[in-house]
Design a protein around this ligand. Structure first.
Ligand code: 5RP
Length: 226
């Protein structure tokens, strides 16, 4: 099974967790995009749901597929948030933000009663940290924040725009520093240290947020609880 096939499999399974009348948070990234497409098919077949997306891209995709996509202003409480992850560790601790949407993802996840993580099995790790940890930073604070993250031994690197010479800009107009920090011994401690730096908006450690992970691999889809 290829990684894309595994993502497609788990996206399809996740749709089974959505019930009529639910308010659903839509994640961001390739797996979340597959989920949105699968969910839209169910909507076209008559499923009645309202959604809020964690990025402009997912918002626009949902609308283009005929889904009822609202803002958090209109729909501040969600039943379920479904999103991918870059790493899933024991206890459902996550690294997210590979697609640069970590801030809105964390906000939308925090508005949901349940957070269903959908990944292929390559994302499962014993300890977080192989995937560079994204940190979202206010533009003007970059020259102040970057050396402070370096001082913590996190090896920050400015994320480049997908095209052109500039830096990547998030939907909220901030920069991202990707921190190749290696194994994260204590995610709670690291999260607090990073949040303590003025100018940091958010980091990609999602701790105590996910309620269930669906993991697709050679044996099909398995459920993992925290
Ligand atoms: C975007 C994210 C994504 O969920 C994460 O990067 C996983 O993406 P993909 O499903 O494409 O592997 O956090 O900010």
């Amino acid at each position: 099974m290829t990684q894309d096939e595994a993502k497609q499999l788990v996206a399809k399974r996740a749709v089974e967790f959505v019930e009529d009348g639910m308010a659903v948070g839509l994640g961001t990234g390739t797996t979340a995009t597959m989920f949105i497409r699968e969910l839209a098919t169910r909507v076209q077949q008559g499923l009645k749901i309202r959604c809020v997306a964690s990025s402009d891209a997912s918002h626009d995709l949902g609308l283009s597929l005929g889904m009822d996509v609202k803002t958090l202003n209109e729909l501040p409480e969600l039943d379920l948030y479904v999103d991918g992850a870059d790493e899933v560790g024991p206890g459902l601790v996550l690294i997210k933000g590979g697609g640069g949407a970590l801030l809105r993802e964390k906000i939308v996840a925090s508005a949901a009663k349940e957070f269903l993580v959908v990944v292929d099995s390559t994302k499962l790790v014993e300890r977080l940290g192989k995937f560079p940890l994204p940190v979202e930073v206010v533009k003007m604070a970059m020259p102040v924040v970057e050396p402070k993250l370096a001082g913590l031994g996190l090896n920050p690197k400015q994320r480049k725009a997908r095209s052109g010479d500039g830096l990547f800009l998030t939907d909220e107009g901030n920069y991202i520093l990707d921190c190749a920090c290696g194994v994260i011994e204590d995610p709670e401690v690291l999260a607090a240290e990073i949040r303590g730096i003025v100018g940091v908006v958010e980091h990609g450690l999602f701790l105590g947020m996910a309620t269930l992970a669906l993991v697709a691999g050679e044996d099909g889809v398995t459920e993992h609880r925290g």
